[in-house]
Design a protein around this ligand. Sequence first.
Ligand code: BTN
Length: 255
Amino acid sequence: MEQLEQLATKRLGRTFLYFASIHSTNTYLKEQGAQLPDGTAVVAGHQYAGRGRQGKAWQSSEEALALSVLLKGVPPYLMQMLPILFGIGARRALSLLCGREILLKWPNDLLLGEKKIAGILCESAGFGEDALAVCGIGVNLLQEPSFFAELPYGSSLWVECGVRVSPAVAGGAILTAFEQVLEEFAAGGFSPLREEYAACCINLGREVRVVTPAGEQTGFAYGIGEDGCLLVKAPAGELAIRSGEASVRGVYGYV
Ligand code: BTN
């Protein structure tokens, strides 16, 4: 890939690096970010140590997008919102490209037909003035059903929608939408974006299983808080979930 396509940004992706093969685009930006300009985007054809949330591995192939973008000078209140804001941007871009409404599973799995088509990993590195944020996304684009033989809850845009979106187009469109969401957040705060997020959040109105310091609990997810947390009514009281997973009954094999 020479460059990203459909990129209409002022900040994100203006510096662009492509690696045919690399350990992980997120790891690369965490290691090299101090020397790179704000907004640098990295795409890999193949990651041999791709990382997912909660210490899991992330499988990627040439038929998928593996993209990370570097943000510098991010204040703490924005840092904690990045997973949600990146999810909103990626969802907007990919929904337009595939012509279907993609749903979000809190905090930021992207779902089509209750199958995961993309995952997001936002990380931070460094301290004080050197602090940087890295937002990474893996999108299953062109893989055939056989790729998911051992990943029963995963799927691709091709399998679910019959559209062939290239990594270059998906990457450019996602960065463009993410920059727009960051600008909207800076101008108007989270309230309008919270409504958009809640309208496509598959957890809401359903029974969820969450892991809290007090152990695993089951409850009813009823809202998104002002900082992007998931609000859950559980038998032991109301919970505001800010980390981990919220399994949804009926999704990913949770019965
Ligand atoms: C998840 O759902 O667990 C998050 C998956 C994030 C994968 C992407 S691929 C590009 C970037 N580099 C990585 O090592 N991980 C993220």
